[in-house]
Write a protein of this length. Sequence first.
Lengths: 214, 815
Amino acid sequence: MIDVNGETLLLDPCGAAFLPAHGTLVFSDLHFEKGSAYARGGQFLPPYDTHATLRAMQGAVARHRPVRIIALGDTFHDEGAADRMDDSARALLAAMPADWIWIAGNHDPSPPAWMGGTVAEEYRLGGLIFRHEPQVMFQPGEVAGHLHPCASVSKWGRGVRRRCFVSDGLRLVMPSFGAYTGGLDVGDVAIAGLFAGPFHAYMLGRARVYAIAR
Amino acid sequence: MLPPLFQDWFARRGWQPRDHQLALLDHAAGGRNVLLVAPTGGGKTLAGFLPSLVELAQRPRQGRRLHTLYISPLKALAVDVARNLEAPVAEMGLAVKVEARTGDTPAARRQRQRHAPPDILLTTPEQLALLVAHPCADRLFAGLKTVVLDELHALYNSKRGDLLALGLARLSTLAPGHRRVGLSATVKDPAPLRRYLMTQTGGDDALSDLVIAKGGAAPDIAISASESHVPWSGHLARHAMADVMAAIHASRTALVFVNTRSQAERTFQELWTINDDNLPIALHHGSLAPEQRRKVEAAMTRGDLRAAVCTSTLDLGIDWGAVDRVICIGAPKGAARLVQRIGRANHRLDESSAALLVPANRFEVLECHAARDAVLAGELDGERLKTGALDVLAQHVLGTAVAAPFDADALFAEVRGAAPYARLARPDFDAVVDFVATGGYALRRYDRYARLRKTPEGKYRLAHPRIAQDWRLNAGVIVEDPMVDIRLQSRGRPAGSGGRRLGQLEEYFIEQLAPGDTFVFAGDVLRFEGLREDAAYVTRTTDPQAQIPSYNGGKFPLSTFLAQRVREMVSRPQSWSDLPEPVHEWLRIQEWRSVIPKPGQLLVETFPRAKRHYLVCYPFEGRLAHQTLGMLLTRRLERLKLHPIGFVANEYALAIWAAHDMSGADMDALFDEDMLGDDLDAWLAESNLYKRTFRNCAIIAGLIQRRFPGKEKSGRQVTFSSDLIYDVLREHEPDHVLLRATYADAGEGLLDIARLGDMLARVRKRIVTRRLERVSPLAVPALLEISREMVAGAVDEAILRESEDALVRDAMRVD
């Protein structure tokens, strides 16, 4: 549980955030059909990423029973991804019972109509504003994705690198949720530069999230 | 046999053709494939080329075609041999053109070599793979008469050997009449190499002819021994540096071999702190910038150096004329490796090579003695023969399509001609072709993006020319760990600007550094300033307490053969008198305090220490096998509710510690072979080493590209995404061909599962247990490694020394 700009968020170790006060679940950077996007270029990654991602989403939905789900952009890996999604994947998506807010991302500026729900550039909820790309200026209450943050810690000669949430209590950067999405280190200026002072990386563990001061 | 022109040349040089050189001419005249086994300095390379030179000298002068192809495991060796061949060619006035072709050869020359080839082309397995995949390969190789495979012992049983074997199989189709000559250092069993040279036909193994050169003088091997002090653990041999320095003083030029780069760095530093006469001593290892390495090599060739501290980068091949002594610091790991290294000194057959072995701890003393005895007795380690890797085959299948459309039946037959693939099953071959075409997934989602498509005649052809381009960029089976450039900048400047490139380090090492940390590299103590894009920026510092690069310990596991000899030595008290007194005493107290296991037995000791309970066993099977064993035993102990906390493995022993006393456990059941079933599977899913193996297979097979045209994908991205792919694939399609390739790889190499299996079978019902009141002498080195693992680098040395002394006092107390 962390507070961001006065709102309480529950950081799920699967990489989703839940706002209990608003019954809202947030996923970022799902990158559906990233595998098949590479296949078009002749690189045949295992074609199971979309289903793996959906399965993880189902788990989070079952745990938190949201009335609203926000997908924070880059839901689809590319413009053609929605069309390549197979029927069973579409059905899984449709079976998640909530109102959908689709934030447009740079990979998917216009999500397809068949998904239903609301499409928006930004979305406000309480003290928070949800958008895909974090703004460089001081943005209290911003919840964004896009950067795929990862952090690493090392001890006893072993390093552990995990996806993470990043927050200083005023704004939040979400980890990417998609099965094949890589990451950018929180020390990179693109992430660290968003925070004026100290911040925390909330690294995804197996059963909980670990707060690491940065 | 030898034409007058050649006889005269030998005579002018004051040489006598050696028996094996003449024998090779005989075999060539009969058109036979032959393996020549000869020690270093035996004129092996010339023997390999002599038949080609004779044939080329007699050939009518018209239309030059590629006559002889020479393959070496090292680029530098190919270049070196090309240079060495120039002398006889020029001195006999032969109209023979000799050229090397490596990754460093300018593109224009490489293109010209394809169209107007030299008579003799010297190259590497990777370049051969590229050449046979070229559309003009059939024309280039049509006149090929001879293939010479140098240092074959270093190649045949590896993935590069698989790649080479597949290239040779291609050549037997393109140039059906060609003859093969294998050149090898002394090996325990030449049969697998003889088999490797032949096209296999499915029945009994076809073996080439064999010529064994007469052995040279026996080497003179000394073991540095201190009668007063032999360290309990560690790999640096700091106590023996004065001996090493003295040996350098007594040599013209010495090669100082160590097993890891961090050891090289540290040894180099230690030597310079006592190098009062400022002898020219240099450092050479694979992470240094190429320019720097070239400089050292050049100085070496000129005879300007008194010593070079080096890793296995200098194990093979190149002829350093002036080297008259080899100093090996640390454990030799294998008798054959030791012979190779000793052979670096003195490339003349009739003089004995001088070597000094410098063990760094007590177990290494045993290993050095065992290795010396083996070498002097002429016994060498055998190798477990691996089968052809499926990921390498995948690369070859696509490469075949890059050259021209192929017929699956014909290609299958051709591939089975390659020795490593002689027993390849058709379903496995088909699975590989399917993988290459569409990824080979049960869910056939990628059929529409297929890389291979069928022609009307039923052949497989490339779906798009771009695929050929990608394939060429990713060809080869050497997958390096992701590396980061090390750049040196002047102090006070912001990290990330300018700086001279010092070399490269593994990314995982750099990721563990925080700005301000210090480490030793390129002979200097450096301060890490920060990582920017793909370079780590460092400054020079005088901090004496540098953190040392820890390159995952030793790269080579103790060979099975040498392990056997060490075990025997330990089990025979009458042989201990040859050992230095501290080592002798150590074993005697072990005998009194616990027990010395008999040959074939596995000793398992349990004892309490400092509120923990320990279980220590001594399989002597190498760190990797012990690590795997440690993971598996801890899982079992967990199920027995004995609450294991951790374990540590070294080359000789495995120590596990737990909250509860483990002495009551049924050791036969605990060490039962069935642990290699489900427990192993469950562990593999999590293992980082295994994920790295998968990444390598995925890159070789072409699932992940290591480079894109014009843009190098950084290692960081490759590592991360291959782990994600591994997780998904393992969950959804555990039988996928790439996971099978990974398993085979790990079982044979990285994790030593096969070796662990042999060990468990060997010690069945032969486990001796001792329940002790306190730590035993044999257990000390392993326990010391625990403190090393658990204590951070910056801790005061004195504390370490204190705890070390207490442990040793306890172990060696005779009350």
